[in-house]
Design a protein around this ligand. Structure first.
Ligand SMILES: [Zn+2]
Length: 46
């Protein structure tokens, strides 16, 4: 049940340009909701 801790979370936020859907993932080519274009928005670094 223990997740191996990644050294640093290297994920990016992707936001759909069409419907505003957001997902934090490594890559997202198209929106799973509407199949629209997505853009990479910067990860907020704490
Ligand atoms: Zn969308």
């Amino acid at each position: 049940m223990v997740h191996p801790a990644p050294r640093a979370p290297e994920r990016s936020y992707y936001e759909c340009c069409e419907c505003g859907y957001r997902e934090m993932t490594d890559s997202l080519e198209s929106c799973p909701e509407c199949d629209g274009r997505t853009r990479n928005i910067a990860v907020a670094r704490a």
